[in-house]
Design a protein around this ligand. Structure first.
Ligand code: NAD
Length: 342
């Protein structure tokens, strides 16, 4: 018996999961769902040069009727969007790993939907996990893990400084790249420039794990105004235009900022001497200072975390889980079946 996987969403992330699983022992992609007519009717072998000759379908009910252990959902960012997919997968008795940013801690912004997911999962005896590089790992689980060596934590400051250059037009638009600072500010007001999705989830995961009850989570979004010419295949930025979004979140208790999470995202940060990296500073006893340079690549990290979480999800007790509920997922280097308890 192999571990059987259904893929729901075959974009940059879902397609990467298909390829990664193809290289692992003891597992098999048995069905795949996508709404893109350009993918439907093709096999995973044709789309991703893998061994599986599974056909991609738009008919979720048909795909979910396949015998499978886990459904990997990589279709959207918000709990409301992915809820119908999660519910349908649970109804068919499948465990779920989902990379929607809000699913990293769905109780924060969608407590009612989160409770519904939890109850459905309990009824069907399956597990649902939200994961991803961020939220899901760098600015939450990794921070929580680093506090494990502390007697006392007074304050946490962390930053993920990355390069947006490889991303497509949607990311450029939602980060405000290539517009004027005035257009950036009005875009933030109108909700077109969103910056990073996931700060409330990361804050809730850290505070919840440490037992801090935050009074308030405050977020600021400022334009990163370029002083140089920067260019990608999708956008041109002249001096004075916006190269990215400096998005910061503050977790506040009794008027004091306990957690500061920064995620400045821009194209070609090296153009102005900025080194990318993931940085965690814990002010406490002892002081902990972690620097990862360059930053952990977001795409690879998300694909790996999702696949590497499959054994945890199969082994877990039923219900809705977040990353701090389950063991830290290791890379799967042997047969995936050897990592299963039952
Ligand atoms: P993408 O746009 O490349 O791919 C999405 C795919 O899902 C497309 O093939 C699309 O046709 C398909 N799809 C969309 N809605 C669908 C539906 N209802 N049913 C079936 N198929 C559907 O996006 P991506 O880069 O693969 O990322 C997927 C999502 O994951 C995005 O919302 C992204 O923001 C999120 N994400 C989260 C993290 C994290 O750290 N938590 C990291 C990466 C991506």
């Amino acid at each position: 018996m192999t571990v059987k996987i259904i893929h729901w969403g075959l974009g940059a992330m879902g397609g990467g999961m298909v390829k990664l699983l193809d290289s692992k022992k003891g597992c098999q992609s048995v069905a795949a769902i996508d709404t893109d007519p350009g993918k439907q009717g093709k096999t995973l072998a044709q789309l991703f040069s893998v061994k599986s000759d599974t056909n991609v379908t738009g008919d979720a009910a048909q795909a979910l009727a396949s015998d499978a252990d886990v459904v990997l959902i990589a279709t959207g960012s918000f709990t409301e969007e992915v809820y119908p997919q999660i519910a349908q997968a649970i109804e068919q008795g499948k465990n779920v790993v989902c990379i929607a940013e809000e699913m990293a801690y769905p109780r924060q912004q969608q407590p009612e939907l989160a409770e519904k997911i939890h109850q459905l999962a309990l009824d069907k005896g399956v597990t649902v996990l939200g994961t991803g590089i961020n939220p899901g790992f760098v600015l939450d689980l990794l921070i929580v893990a680093m506090t494990g060596v502390c007697y006392d934590v007074k304050e946490i400051k962390a930053a993920r400084i990355n390069d947006l250059s490889p991303f497509g037009p949607t990311v450029m638009r939602t980060q405000g790249v290539g517009i004027s600072p005035e257009e950036f500010h009005s875009g933030v007001e109108k909700g077109n420039v969103v910056g990073h999705v996931g700060f409330p989830e990361s804050m809730a995961m850290i505070a919840g794990a440490l037992g801090w009850e935050l009074d308030e989570i405050r977020e600021t979004k400022e334009p990163i105004v370029s002083s140089t010419h920067r260019e990608t295949p999708h956008v041109k930025v002249e001096p004075g235009m916006v190269a990215g979004c400096k998005h910061i979140a503050y977790g506040i208790k009794d008027g004091k900022t306990l957690i500061t999470l920064e995620h400045p995202q821009q194209i070609h940060p090296e153009a102005e001497g900025i080194e990318t990296g993931d940085y965690i500073l814990i002010e406490g006893e002892p002081k902990v200072n972690l620097a990862i340079q360059p930053e952990i690549p977001g795409g690879i990290g998300t694909i790996a975390l999702t696949v590497n979480s499959i054994p945890n999800v199969i082994n877990s007790e039923p219900g809705l889980k977040i990353m701090t509920d389950l063991p830290v997922p290791p890379a799967i280097m042997g047969d995936i079946r050897n990592m299963l308890k039952k």
